[in-house]
Design a protein around this ligand. Sequence first.
Ligand code: FAD
Length: 223
Amino acid sequence: MRQQAVKIKSIQHITHDVLQIVTEKPENFNFTPGQATEISINKSSWKSEKRPFTFTSLPEDDFLEFTIKTYPSHRSVTNELPELSAGDELLLHEIFGDISYKGEGVFIAGGAGVTPFICILRYLKSKNKLGKNKLIFANNTKEDIILKQEFEDLLGENFINILSQDIVAGYEHGRITKDFLDKHITDTGKNVYLCGPAPMMEAVEKHLLKLNIDEKLINKEAF
Ligand SMILES: Cc1cc2nc3c(=O)[nH]c(=O)nc-3n(C[C@H](O)[C@H](O)[C@H](O)COP(=O)(O)OP(=O)(O)OC[C@H]3O[C@@H](n4cnc5c(N)ncnc54)[C@H](O)[C@@H]3O)c2cc1C
């Protein structure tokens, strides 16, 4: 895909370190829920710094939305994004992505790894097809949970949070273990969707295989 410039319509923090950026959408622009695009900032010193981010708006929306975790310590693109405002431009490059919806199952996300699932779950809701899909969302603290209210409304008791640092009533605590997955994955013949930081994904995938979940049912993308 040739590079396309889009103006930012709005930019706001939705958690202490996560931005929601809404932009214009070019004409005839298509993607599948779960896919991402490479983005750069349309300013002279940033144009060539491309980073992958997932569409969190729906393909039929007349705007694009991105949900982006910022890392001041990187001193790089995600640290520069909060400096932008409405009217500034982003450049969109290739569209790609390994995760797409294959059928009902369990979504397992670590931090910003939830972004492909935001789009897929919103899409399923729009088609009235959320069914018994479940989201397991791992974060350090309660303040890190992205779109907590929306997921509660979408999924009810099928939205399960696990916090590695905080101990909070009503939330699971610790890291995702084999026993934790055994408790929450009640049907091992269904799809599992896994997205998050590489070390978390490696650990979770090992547990999933030990629970005899067929490798072919594990759909994954490392952030
Ligand atoms: C397909 C795909 C889709 C994605 N979608 C999203 C999304 O929708 N939202 C989102 O928030 N993120 C998403 N990510 C992750 C996102 O692309 C990265 O967080 C982002 O590129 C980091 O850019 P940066 O400018 O902050 O850091 P970079 O310039 O990439 O890194 C700067 C410095 O930090 C170091 N660094 C980078 N990552 C880490 C780390 N995890 N720990 C320690 N040091 C590190 C690098 O080695 C480098 O020295 C996606 C990733 C992929 C592969």
